[in-house]
Design a protein around this ligand. Structure first.
Ligand SMILES: Nc1ncnc2c1ncn2[C@@H]1O[C@H](COP(=O)(O)OP(=O)(O)OP(=O)(O)O)[C@@H](O)[C@H]1O
Ligand SMILES: Nc1nc2c(c(=O)[nH]1)N=C(CO)CN2
Length: 154
């Protein structure tokens, strides 16, 4: 079965509880093969908002990439996400960071996630459970790596 890497983020309400619930809900879409620790991270992109809690999961799923995206969007909505603005605050964000070796370049879906390599908040949790991303983490500026702090080991 294909293995997807999912990035999880929250900075509205009880962000750590939201991320833990997201791990459970991913189980509806396949087998969760690995969960990273939870990390507190300084807001990236739009910096005048609360800190995020971020994590990553590896999901073995029979869903094809676009079907997986649709299901992730459904879960975000069911968990209370309301559309605000790009990179703005959110109850739950679920991104497809990678999907096996598959590449997708559609208007509504890009895989690997186009901003993964510049986001310490996504790369650091992912590298914890997928060590092939460690080299990419080491290429991040040290200040950005330091802005992502492990909160709670799984
Ligand atoms: N790999 C991907 N994972 C999730 N969404 C994606 C991906 N590639 C493209 N998208 C598209 O991005 C759209 C916006 O997603 P979202 O609202 O989560 O953006 P954002 O988190 O504000 O910004 P970013 O796209 O930089 O993470 C989604 O509706 C989806 O169509
Ligand atoms: N630290 C951090 N910053 C962000 C995050 C996130 O999950 N973590 N998500 C965003 C929307 O894509 C914008 N900025």
């Amino acid at each position: 079965m294909p293995r997807a890497a999912i990035g999880i983020g929250s900075n509205v309400g009880d962000a750590a509880a939201n991320v833990r619930r997201a791990f459970a809900r991913l189980g509806e879409l396949g087998d969760v093969a690995a969960r990273s620790s939870l990390y507190r991270s300084a807001p990236w992109g739009v910096t005048y908002q609360d800190a995020f809690v971020n994590a990553a999961a590896l999901l073995d799923t029979a869903l094809a990439p676009h079907a997986l995206l649709r299901e992730l969007k459904r879960i975000e909505t069911e968990e209370g996400r309301v559309v605000t603005y790009r990179w703005g605050p959110r109850v739950l964000d679920l991104d497809i960071l990678a999907y096996g070796d598959v590449k997708v370049a559609d208007p509504d879906l890009e895989i690997p996630h186009p901003r993964l390599h510049e986001r310490a908040f996504a790369l650091i949790p992912l590298a914890q459970i997928a060590p092939e991303y460690a080299a990419k983490c080491e290429r991040l500026p040290p200040g950005e790596r330091d802005a992502v702090v492990e909160l709670a080991p799984q």
